[in-house]
Write a protein that binds this ligand. Structure first.
Ligand SMILES: [Zn+2]
Length: 618
C-alpha cells in the first residue's frame, strides 16, 4: 500500500542506480562463488553461507531463512526502517528527486482519495501516539502512569522503545486539537479515538490508561491498547481495552510486538507467543526479543497463517495454571493444521512471564523455555489427564484428542500419534483404531482449509526428468521478462511440472498487469516476492536458486526465444514419443487379437503422431 505513494518509475530508477552488492556489502562480506555472490546471512545465525546476492537481478536471498528482496527491502529489514524512510534516504544519496505528494499518475481520483484518507488517518494516529507518549514522560498528569510502569518493573528505555504512553482520566483533549492536526471529527471516529455518547457528545475512548501503540510493518500506528491503572474505576470496568476495529486494525490479524520482533524471529528461527502486552515488553527488556502476543484474544488461524509464512517454529509460553493450560490447548488446536513445529512451555503456577522475570530473573525463564514439551505430547497428556479412569471416559477423551490431532497435515505423524495416544489412554493400538472407526485411517488425505497454502501439493507433482530444460525456460524469462506471457501460453500444454507452470503464470500475470511494457526490467523479481505463490517454500527456493545464477544464459531476447523453442521442441517430442510407444503397444494387441479394423485405425493415428513429431524437429 505504501508503495503507491511514490510513483513506480521513481522506485525503478532508484533500484536501477543502486548496486545491491554495495548496499548488502556494508553489512555482509560477500565472496564470489561460481556465478553468484555469497555470504553469511545477517538475518539468522549460521556458520556456512546460504545468503546469496545477484547483482544483475538486484536481489538477495537466503536459502536458510528465506529472507529475500531488493535493496530497499534489505535496508528496511536491516535497519528497521519503513519503506518510505529507506526510499527517501536512498533517493537523497543517489540525487533523485521525489516530488512531494507524488502519486501514481494512472490511479484514478477515487483511489487517490482513498490513499489520501489512509494517510491522513495514519498520520493522525501517529501524532496522537506521540502526544500520549509526551503526556507519560513530560507532564504532571503522567505521573501515575510512570509510577505504575515503575512498579511493574518496566524501565524507561524499553517503555520508550515500545512507544508507551499515558491517557489521563480526563483524556488529552483530542477533539479540541483536531484542527491543528488537520483531521476531522469523522476521522477521529473512524480510527477509533472518539466515540459518540448517548448525549450526542464525542468522548475519548482511552482514559486513565497506560497506552500501548499497535504498529504494523513499517512502523505506522494503526490502533491502541490501553491498560487501566490498578484500583481505579476504569479498571473495575475493564482492565484492557483495544481500539475498535477499523479498516487498518483487525484484532484477529495483528500480533502485538510483531514488527519489532520480526528480525529476531528470523534470526532465532522461532517465535515465542505469550499471553499479554506486558509480557512481550518485559521479555524484550530481559533480552528475549522474538516475542509476540495476540491482542487480548485467543490465537486465530489468521495469526497462524502469518507465522507460517515466516517458516519458523513456535513456542507457546503460557501460565501454568488451569486457565493457562486451557489457553494453550486452544492455541494448539489452531496451530495443528498448519504443521508448524511447536513447543509448549508452561510457567510455574502463580507466575506469568513478567512476574517470573522480576522475581527469579532471566535464567528461570530460560529454563522454562528449554524444558518445553512438543505440542502433540502436551495435547495428548492434557486431554488424557482431564479424562477420568473409566473406559467410557477414556474413549471419550481419545476421540476428543483425535479430533484435534487428526488435523495435522503429515500422514506419517498421524500414524505416530495413534501410537502415542494408545499409550496415554492405556489402550492398545487395535482398540484405538476400533474406537476411532474409519477416522483413524491415517492414509486418508487431510484436506487443508481453503485459505491455507494452496500450493502445498506442488511437491508431489514435481517432474525432475527435465530439470535442466525447465531451468532454461525460467532463466530465459527472468532475463527477458517481457516475453513471459508468450512463453506461458506456449508452455501450458507441454510443461507437465506444476511448480514450473505456476511460476510462469505468475510471471506472465505480473507482466500483463504492467501497463507500460518499457518499464519491465529486473524489477519484476521484486514484485514476484509479494505474490502468493512464493508462500510455498519449495517453489520459493526453486525460483531463487535459478535467479541467483548470475551468468547470463542468453545474449539477446531473440536468442532467448530460440532457446525456449528448442526446449519446448524437445519436451513436445518426448511427450509424442511416449504416446507413440503406447500406440505401438495397442497396435500389437489389436493385431494379436485379429482385430484388423482397429489395427488400421491405430496405424493412421500413429502416422499423424509421427508427422507431428517430425515437424518439431525440422
Ligand atoms: Zn538467513
Amino acid at each position: 500500500m505504501r508503495r503507491a505513494l511514490v510513483e513506480k518509475r521513481i522506485i525503478q530508477e532508484l533500484l536501477g542506480r543502486v548496486h545491491i552488492e554495495d548496499v548488502v556489502g556494508t553489512y555482509v562480506s560477500l565472496k564470489r562463488s561460481g556465478n553468484s555472490l555469497r555470504g553469511l546471512c545477517p538475518f539468522h545465525s549460521e556458520t556456512s553461507p546460504s545468503f546469496y546476492v545477484s547483482p544483475s537481478k538486484g536481489v538477495y536471498y537466503c536459502f536458510g531463512c528465506r529472507a529475500g528482496g531488493n535493496a530497499i527491502k534489505f535496508l528496511q529489514e536491516m535497519e528497521g526502517k519503513s519503506f518510505m524512510e529507506v526510499v527517501r534516504e536512498l533517493a537523497e544519496r543517489e540525487g533523485i528527486e521525489i516530488p512531494k505528494e507524488e502519486f501514481d499518475r494512472h490511479r484514478d481520483e477515487e483511489e487517490k482519495q482513498k490513499f489520501a484518507r489512509r494517510r491522513r488517518h495514519l498520520e493522525l494516529l501517529g501524532k496522537i501516539s506521540e502526544i500520549y507518549e509526551k503526556v507519560l514522560w513530560q507532564s504532571p498528569a503522567g505521573k501515575n502512569g510512570r509510577k505504575y510502569l515503575e512498579k511493574r518493573g518496566i524501565d524507561e528505555k524499553i517503555a520508550r522503545d515500545f512507544r508507551l504512553g499515558y491517557a489521563p482520566p480526563e483524556g488529552i483533549g483530542i477533539e479540541s486539537m483536531l484542527g491543528k492536526l488537520h483531521a476531522s471529527l469523522q476521522d477521529a471516529q473512524e480510527v477509533g479515538l472518539l466515540k459518540t455518547g448517548r448525549d450526542g457528545k464525542a468522548y475519548e475512548i482511552f482514559r486513565g490508561r497506560v497506552i500501548f501503540p499497535i504498529t504494523i510493518t513499517g512502523g505506522d500506528v494503526v490502533a491502541f491498547s490501553g491498560r487501566a491503572l490498578p484500583g481505579t474505576e476504569e479498571e473495575e470496568k475493564t482492565k484492557y481495552i483495544n481500539s475498535p476495529e477499523s479498516p487498518y486494525f483487525r484484532k484477529g490479524n495483528i500480533l502485538f510486538g510483531l514488527p519489532r520482533a520480526l528480525p529476531h524471529i528470523r534470526r532465532n528461527k522461532r517465535v515465542i507467543i505469550v499471553e499479554g502486552n506486558f509480557d512481550v515488553i518485559s521479555m524484550a527488556q530481559a533480552g528475549f526479543e522474538n516475542v509476540v502476543a495476540p491482542l487480548g484474544s485467543a490465537l486465530t488461524p489468521k495469526h497462524v497463517e502469518h507465522l507460517k509464512r515466516l517458516d519458523v517454529g513456535i513456542t507457546l509460553l503460557f501460565d501454568g495454571d488451569a486457565a493457562g493450560m486451557r489457553a494453550a490447548v486452544k492455541a494448539g488446536e489452531v496451530i495443528i493444521p498448519s504443521g508448524i513445529s511447536t513447543g509448549v512451555a508452561l510457567l510455574p503456577e502463580g507466575y506469568d512471564p513478567h512476574s517470573l522475570l522480576i522475581e527469579k530473573g532471566k535464567d528461570a525463564v530460560e529454563k522454562v523455555l528449554d524444558s518445553s514439551t512438543e505440542l502433540f505430547d502436551f495435547l495428548i497428556s492434557e486431554v488424557s489427564r482431564e479424562a477420568g479412569d473409566s473406559e467410557i471416559e477414556r474413549v471419550k477423551g481419545l476421540r476428543k484428542a483425535w479430533e484435534i490431532l487428526k488435523q495435522t497435515p503429515d500422514d506419517l505423524v498421524r500414524v505416530e500419534l495413534l501410537k502415542k495416544m494408545a499409550q496415554a489412554f492405556k489402550l492398545n493400538e487395535r482398540e484405538v483404531r476400533k474406537h476411532l472407526g474409519r477416522q483413524s485411517d491415517a492414509t486418508q488425505s487431510y484436506q487443508p482449509p481453503n485459505d491455507f497454502d494452496d500450493y502445498k501439493n506442488a511437491k508431489q507433482t514435481r517432474d525432475v526428468s527435465f530439470k535442466r530444460e525447465y531451468e532454461i525456460l525460467l532463466q530465459a524469462v527472468m532475463e527477458y521478462p517481457s516475453i513471459a506471457p508468450q512463453v506461458f501460453k506456449l508452455c501450458k500444454d507441454v510443461v507437465e511440472d506444476f511448480s514450473v507452470l505456476k511460476v510462469l503464470r505468475v510471471l506472465a500475470d505480473t507482466i500483463e498487469q504492467e501497463t507500460d511494457k518499457q518499464k519491465i526490467g529486473t524489477f519484476i523479481l521484486e514484485e514476484f516476492f509479494e505474490r502468493e505463490v512464493f508462500e510455498n517454500n519449495e517453489i520459493r527456493d526453486y525460483v531463487m536458486s535459478i535467479a541467483m545464477n548470475d551468468a547470463k544464459l542468453f545474449e539477446s531476447e531473440d536468442s532467448a526465444k530460440k532457446g525456449i523453442i528448442d526446449v519446448l521442441g524437445k519436451l513436445k517430442k518426448e511427450k509424442l514419443d511416449r504416446e507413440i510407444e503406447i500406440i505401438n503397444k495397442k497396435a500389437k494387441e489389436a493385431r494379436g487379437k485379429g482385430n484388423f479394423d482397429e489395427y488400421q485405425k491405430i496405424l493412421i493415428e500413429k502416422q499423424n503422431l509421427c508427422k507431428q513429431a517430425k515437424k518439431i524437429i525440422f
